[in-house]
Write a protein that binds this ligand. Structure first.
Ligand code: SAM
Length: 278
């Protein structure tokens, strides 16, 4: 890796939280699967496109992009070594030959200038200490007329189903885990527009989209997974076991309402953001 501006994020995503994502990639990909259709609809990736996937993690979106850009190329960049290791293994297992992965901090990574037709991201562009610098750097990697399309979460509370499903846990969630710091940095549409404009992008569009988020096979499975994620573990570290057990039971009961044949599906709210490099 060349240089890192986001040292705290690098430590977090290379530590236990990043390792959990890498080990549980299928679970996290099931959670994120509802984002894929609106993201790719907005991205309109062409067969010969050169695609950059920013904050690619374990590479689910990178691999989907590689199938769309079948005669082009896809580069996934991420700050997390364990997640990239999983991404490389999965791409190889699928026999994809037009995919490469690079470890780097997208805010300062030395992308070749003008080398990409489009930059995409499923929730991988919120973790910068200087968003204008980061999006300027990503913009530099795009050719003139190249596009940026990413998905980022809306503010907490904007998805009523999610709020209802996890209400019992809310009083205990006092702050973000180390990896989740930055997660809420692109929730304000006016702020997103300002950052992208400052970074030199034009034609910024920000669409609110509701997506199904699948947390597990059934309520018991979903609650086990949710309580094992970094943000929840972080907030429960000092909480007495009896309280955790009570809250776990309450969340499990609440999640029964969301059990479907396709798993426990709770609606979440995201922004799908598009912008163009002039
Ligand atoms: C919420 S995960 C999303 C991963 C992936 N896009 C997906 O949809 O599964 C955020 C990702 O951003 C990466 N990340 C965080 N800060 C980064 C940075 N400054 N530069 C590059 N990647 C970063 C993390 O390592 C992690 O893989």
């Amino acid at each position: 890796m060349q240089s890192i501006a986001n040292i705290q994020q690098a430590e977090a995503w290379n530590g236990p939280e990043g390792i959990h994502w890498a080990e549980q990639a299928d679970r996290y990909d099931a959670m994120g699967a509802g984002i894929n259709a609106p993201l790719f609809d907005a991205a309109r990736i062409g067969e010969r496109d050169r695609v950059l996937d920013v904050g690619c993690g374990t590479g689910c979106v990178t691999r989907l992009a590689a199938r769309r850009a079948a005669r082009g190329t896809v580069t996934g960049v991420d700050i997390s070594a364990p997640m990239l290791a999983r991404a490389r293994t999965a791409a190889e297992a699928e026999g994809l030959t037009n995919v490469t992965f690079e470890q780097g901090d997208a805010q300062v990574h030395p992308f070749p200038a003008g080398d990409f037709d489009i930059a995409i991201s499923r929730g991988g562009v919120m973790f910068f200490n200087d968003h204008v610098a980061a999006f300027t750097n990503i913009g530099r990697a795009l050719r003139p007329g190249g596009r940026l399309v990413f998905a980022a979460p809306q503010p907490g509370g904007s998805a009523p189903e999610h709020t209802r499903a996890f209400a019992a846990l809310t009083p205990l969630m006092r702050g973000p885990s180390p990896a989740a710091r930055g997660m809420g940095s692109l929730t304000d549409p006016a702020g997103i527009r300002h950052i992208l404009t400052e970074a030199g992008f034009v034609d910024v569009s920000i669409a609110p989209v509701e997506v199904p988020v699948v947390w597990g096979r059934d309520a018991s499975d979903a609650v086990e997974f949710y309580f094992a994620t970094g943000p929840v573990r972080h907030n429960l570290a000092e909480v007495p076991t009896a309280t955790i057990e009570r809250v776990r039971d309450e969340v499990r009961s609440a999640l029964r309402e969301f059990e479907t044949p396709a798993g426990v599906s709770v609606r979440g709210a995201i922004w799908v953001v598009s912008a163009t490099q002039p």
